[in-house]
Design a protein around this ligand. Structure first.
Ligand code: AMP
Length: 143
């Protein structure tokens, strides 16, 4: 399945924070949006980085509670792997598995148009495989 189709279903909303947002506020944003990662963006369109709950856990291990006073820019991963809407769910599943992360922002002409999580791609892939299995079953049983 194409990422464009997946985004049509889930929408293009992306939870973003500014690079200067405190980790305390980023934690509140993660909870409010019920997501595991925030795109860090100074203008809401281009990417400065990605901040996942895992970055915050690592920050806590390294700096203790003072982590809350650091900023999203301090803990984010700046070198973000993105994809285009022409990518497929199979490609993203492989990328996420090989590189051990669970989020891939989708960009077009350098601007953010959505984000895909491992949950999104697994759900889409399971649905695809269920449909395929049903079609094969119908073919075999002549229905
Ligand atoms: P995650 O599994 O997505 O919670 O992230 C695990 C680690 O990978 C964290 O350090 C994230 O900042 C980083 N990360 C998450 N998504 C990406 C991405 N698309 N490109 C580069 N790094 C990422």
């Amino acid at each position: 399945m194409l990422i464009s189709q997946l985004l049509q279903r889930k929408g293009g909303n992306v939870a973003t924070v500014l690079p200067g947002t405190s980790i305390a506020d980023a934690v509140a944003a993660l909870a409010a949006h019920r997501v595991g990662a925030l795109v860090v963006s100074a203008d809401g369109a281009t990417l400065n980085g990605i901040l996942s709950e895992r970055d915050i856990v690592r920050g806590l291990a390294a700096h203790g509670l003072s982590t809350m006073d650091l900023t999203a820019g301090d803990l984010m991963t700046a070198d973000v792997v993105t994809c285009s809407k022409e990518a497929t769910t199979e490609q993203l599943m492989a990328e996420m598995t090989n590189r051990r992360f669970r989020h891939v922002p989708v960009t077009e002409d350098g601007n953010l148009i959505g984000i895909v999580s491992i949950g999104d791609v697994v759900n889409a892939r399971v649905r695809e495989l269920e449909i395929e299995a049903e079609q094969l079953n119908n073919y075999i049983t002549g229905r």
